[in-house]
Design a protein around this ligand. Structure first.
Ligand SMILES: [Zn+2]
Ligand SMILES: [Zn+2]
Length: 1024
């Protein structure tokens, strides 16, 4: 079915047509995925959400263009190419292969990968414009990025600085703070955990005194330049093996834990007393700096008492906090580590070796030279490169920064204008992230990205800089205009310095690919070089949808660049969806194989089932969801099959009666069932529409599921006989009109979520081209009927109690029973039940429903108080209350339950007790205040009727087996002990005339044994 629908969509260009339905446009931005990533569960989920919303808004009267995008640049692509070409490090790219060749390889890779996506996305039914996808590698897109850069630069928002940043020594580039907050970038790692001693220059008393410091990066001790303490913390000096050690007093228990010895405190002081004290560096390499004010203790607020010893060793080249502390105190940086993460010749002993690899030898040296006090191993979460998985280091280097902190106030203000779903993201994760926002490192020492368009004078004394923000500006300095703006092209462009006439060259870095995806509103339409009008109508986006990772990613960078350039938010509504976990609640992982390939599930159960399951889950609004394959299957049983069955029911009878519905015809029926289902339809539409409009998609499916249940399990069940009679009477037409209207309305409501089945059935019902070109169904207010809905709810409640009682008593529904006795709660009128009486009797197959005023007449109240709840309220009396309740000294009084043991009376809340009823002369059940007891005494007369019902049922089955059409008239013989009156009744219902039929003449003959009576039935079609 789905394959056929897909074919129709393509052949009839339904998506394209849906875009042309309206002049009013709703703007949607698609967050660009990396083409190298394979589509996975998350991408399928987000695609379903985007598609569902867009389909709704299309039906709601908007044109919703959906343009695909590709994030073609950046480390993920470069890493994939490195792997493919077997490249180990950057020298190979620069010296052996050449940047141009490397970038060509990236270009090829990116264009190879796209096809897999299209098939995935098509299969789940997502409509999106692939052909016009924007790609961040297109020269036009890149030109817009250059323009964005220049705008920001001119506004003073971009600067170059030497500071500490997260750094990957495999990729040989710095990363941004967001990169290390990527969901999969923090992973457990084992590191040494050591406490070392720094010899103080001032001893306490006559014993040598040492400052203790704790670290998990022993290799940074080589470049230690200062120590830091908290001014207000308390420090203690204690004696240990004839030496004095100083550390934070509150962490002494930890010292005990680490060293196994109890410290003997000899002096205490505040941290401020230590500030300015000098010490001897452990390693010799920078010893000379002592004269310049290094190797002393500084006060810092980043020192905590959470771990370590309360004194922090600082290597300003390798710690962000360390760096700023030194900078504020007028101290510089010493960095003996090169771009590959190896020590430089400055550190003779370890030169050329990777810093992490040196830890072991450094610890050994510390031990040999008596600097090491404690050596353990710690497993902690450590940032890794999100692409190549190398453990990161922090390293001071030159980089380009975006001054986010400068515009923080505006960022926060414009956040107020965004409608976040769920709401808490606004003040929560996004708002908090904005409040803590830091300047953004936008440069990468890499190749495959939009180059930073800054040219610097090669004369170190000149300092002239030129920023070029368009291809035209760049082409002023080239012989032939450039066809491409990648690094290999722009690096060739040199400019004579206007100040000193030496040569200006481009800085080597390229932009962080987040800068590019954040420029998407401009880049996708080559703004401002083209499409100025179009841009103005397509900024900001009306809605965007992505996963929570984008709170610090794409959402954030869109917001930063839109605020910087246009001083407004980039999007009005933002839906943040949650995470799909494995059935057991673990992260879905390919290596653990703890999930089924979603495509396999779609092939098995269909895309509609997958969509309904996901849409009806809390994961739509940022919660987690444990994904169960059976959940997809359930959608078929619970939604799609019942829907299909109600369609079949309609189609079968409409076919017989030659009924054709008109899609725009509003049914006018006075039949209570019709009025009821229309009232339910009205209520359902309100709920579904609200869910879509507010972007709380998770509430869009369940009202429809409930409606389908009401339609099949109540409306159609109750209405069956109305469709049976001959000819199209006006009463029958009302039933048809109503069912038809209900069906096409519910299909329209379902169309955004389950686009295949909705379209398939809608086309069968209406003959129209597609449900996706139809308008959203607005159910007129005239159908609203809350009273009728409440009334039917009571009736259904009574029926479900009655059926449960039948089951308990082992009485089949086909056996008529004399009566159901009910007690209704004070809030419900008998009149209300009477309105539905015929239906209740019919459904329960009882001859009468009797109202009973006093519940005690049919059942004994049983009250079991909950001791844990009443305990605090009644104290010592609890035992008396429980005993009295147990012996039945209880009665109900309004919303209270009274317990009276003859001496004393207690009023209990209903919620504090468990209430049940023991029926008198049968089982009793109570639900929602309705108490019911079924009279199961079967008289001889009722027994006859029951048998007739069984036979009637058997005949229906036989008719089906014989392949008769519902309207076929037949001949029938019923042989067996039953009155002629009942036999005639059965024949009438079966459209049969009674006649003797021999075995040979019969189409079907069957024998039955019912209540120990033998029967034989034969049927034969009357040939026309
Ligand atoms: Zn890396
Ligand atoms: Zn110059």
């Amino acid at each position: 079915m789905e394959r056929r629908v897909l074919k129709d969509w393509t052949a009839n260009r339904i998506f394209e047509k849906s875009l042309r339905l309206s002049q009013k446009e709703l703007v949607f931005y698609d967050g660009p995925p990396f083409p190298t990533g394979a589509p996975h569960f998350g991408t399928i989920f987000v695609s379903i959400l985007k598609d569902t919303l867009a389909r709704f808004f299309t039906m709601d009267g908007f044109s919703v263009p959906r343009r695909w995008g590709w994030d073609c640049h950046g480390l993920p692509i470069e890493n994939a190419v490195e792997k493919k070409l077997g490249i180990k490090d950057k020298t190979e790219i620069e010296k052996t292969l050449g940047v141009a060749e490397f970038n060509n390889a990236c270009r090829r890779l990116v264009s190879d990968c796209n096809a897999a996506w299209e098939e995935y996305i098509r299969k789940i039914g997502r409509w999106v414009d692939y052909k016009n996808a924007y790609r961040t590698l297109d020269p036009k897109y890149m030109e817009s990025v250059l323009w964005v850069f220049k705008q920001c630069y001119d506004k003073g928002l971009i600067y170059k600085d030497y500071r500490v940043t997260p750094y990957c020594y495999h990729c040989e580039t710095c990363l941004s703070i967001s990169d290390i907050r990527e969901s999969d970038s923090t992973r457990p790692r084992q590191d040494p955990e050591i406490v070392v001693t720094f010899k103080a220059l001032d001893d306490i008393g006559d014993k040598p005194t040492y400052y203790l410091a704790w670290t998990t990066t022993p290799w940074t001790l080589i470049s230690n330049l200062v120590l830091a303490v908290g001014e207000n913390y308390h420090y203690a000096a204690f004696e240990h093996e004839d030496k004095i050690f100083i550390m934070a007093r509150d962490l002494l228990p930890r010292w005990k834990e680490l060293s196994g010895s109890t410290p003997k405190i000899i002096r205490e002081f505040e941290g401020r007393a230590l500030v300015g004290k000098k010490y001897v560096p452990i390693f010799p390499y920078y010893r000379d700096l002592a004269k310049e004010g290094y190797f002393r203790i500084l006060a810092a607020d980043f020192v905590t008492l959470e771990d370590g010893v309360g004194i922090v060793h600082c290597a300003p080249a390798f710690g962000e906090d360390d760096y700023w502390l030194c900078k504020r105190n007028g101290l510089g940086v010493r960095n003996p580590v090169d771009a590959k993460g190896c020590f430089t010749p400055e550190v003779k002993e370890y030169a050329g070796r990777n810093v992490h690899d040196c830890n072991k030898d450094i610890i050994h040296w510390l031990k040999e030279n008596h600097f090491l006090l404690v050596h353990k191993t710690i497993e902690h979460n450590y940032p890794h490169c999100w692409r190549c998985r190398t453990p990161l280091i922090y390293r001071a280097m030159d980089a380009w920064y975006f001054a986010v902190e400068k515009i923080k106030g505006r960022l926060l203000k414009h956040n107020e204008e965004i409608n976040w779903v769920p709401e808490h993201v606004q003040r929560g994760r996004f708002g908090k992230w904005l409040e803590g926002a830091r300047d953004w490192n936008i440069s990468r020492s890499r190749y495959w990205g939009t180059p930073i368009p800054v040219w610097e004078c090669s004369n170190p004394n000149c300092g002239e800089k030129l920023v070029l923000g368009s291809a035209a500006e760049i082409n002023k300095y080239t012989k032939n205009s450039l066809s491409d703006l990648h690094k290999e092209f722009l690096d060739e462009v040199t400019i004579p310095c206007p100040k000193c006439s030496q040569t200006m060259r481009r800085v080597p870095e390229v932009l962080d690919c987040w800068f590019e995806s954040g420029s998407m509103p401009f880049g996708q339409c080559h703004y401002p070089f083209e499409n100025k009008d179009w841009f103005e109508k397509h900024f900001p986006a009306d809605f965007i949808v992505e996963y929570p990772g984008q709170i610090r990613g794409w959402f954030y960078y869109l917001h930063v660049l839109a605020t910087a350039l246009l001083d407004r938010a980039a999007f009005k509504n933002c839906l943040v969806h949650g995470t799909l976990l494995s059935e057991e609640g673990h992260k879905i992982s390919k290596s653990k194989k703890n999930f089924t390939d979603p495509m396999e599930l779609i092939d098995k159960y269909g895309a509609d089932a997958m969509r309904l399951y996901l849409l009806n889950s809390p994961a739509v609004v940022m919660e987690d969801m444990n994904f169960k394959d059976s959940g997809v299957h359930d959608q078929i049983k619970q939604v799609l099959l019942p829907l299909w069955n109600s369609y079949s029911f309609f189609a079968t009878y409409a076919n017989i009666d030659g009924y054709t519905g008109q899609a725009d015809h509003l049914p006018e029926s006075t039949h209570p069932l019709d009025k009821w289902i229309l009232a339910v339809l009205y209520e359902t539409e309100k709920k579904v529409e609200k869910a879509f409009r507010t972007f709380y998609l998770n509430q869009s499916v369940s009202p429809i599921v409930e409606f389908i249940d009401e339609l099949t399990n109540w409306y159609i069940r109750q209405s069956r006989e109305r469709f049976w009679g001959n000819g199209l009477t006006s009463e029958k037409k009302c039933a048809y009109d109503t069912l038809y209207y209900a069906l096409i309305s519910v299909l329209k409501m379902l169309a955004p979520s389950a686009p295949f089945v909705a379209d398939y059935l809608y086309k069968l019902l209406t003959g129209e081209e597609s449900v996706h070109l139809a308008k959203w169904p607005y159910i007129p207010e005239q159908y609203r009927n809350d009273e009728l809905i409440a009334e039917t709810a009571v009736a259904r409640n009574i029926v479900s109690l009655g059926l449960a009682l039948r089951q308990k008593a082992g009485r089949k529904v086909r056996q008529p029973l004399p009566a159901l006795k009910i007690v209704i709660p004070s809030g419900v009128e008998r009149e209300t039940v009477n309105h539905q009486m015929a239906m209740i009797k019919n459904e329960l197959n009882v001859k009468a429903v009797e109202f009973i005023a006093d519940p005690a007449a049919i059942a004994t109240l049983r009250v079991v108080p909950n001791p844990r709840v009443i305990g605090p309220k009644f104290g010592k009396e609890v035992q008396k209350i429980i005993a009295a309740a147990k012996s039945g000294k209880v009665r109900e009084a309004g919303d209270k339950v009274i317990v009276n043991d003859g001496n004393q009376e207690w009023k209990l809340e209903r919620a504090d007790v468990e209430i049940s009823y023991i029926g008198k002369g049968g089982d009793a059940l109570c639900e929602n205040g309705i108490l019911a007891l079924l009279d199961t005494a079967v008289s001889a007369e009722l027994k006859e009727e029951g048998i007739a019902n069984e036979l009637n049922r058997a005949v229906q089955v036989m008719r089906k087996e014989a392949g008769y059409a519902v309207s076929d008239r037949i001949k029938m013989e019923i042989e067996g002990p039953l009155s002629e009156a009942w036999k005639k009744h059965i024949a009438d219902l079966a459209l049969a005339e009674q006649i003797n039929i021999s075995e040979q003449e019969a189409d079907v003959t069957k024998s039955f044994d019912i209540e120990n009576r033998p029967f034989r039935i034969a049927i034969r079609k009357i040939s026309s």
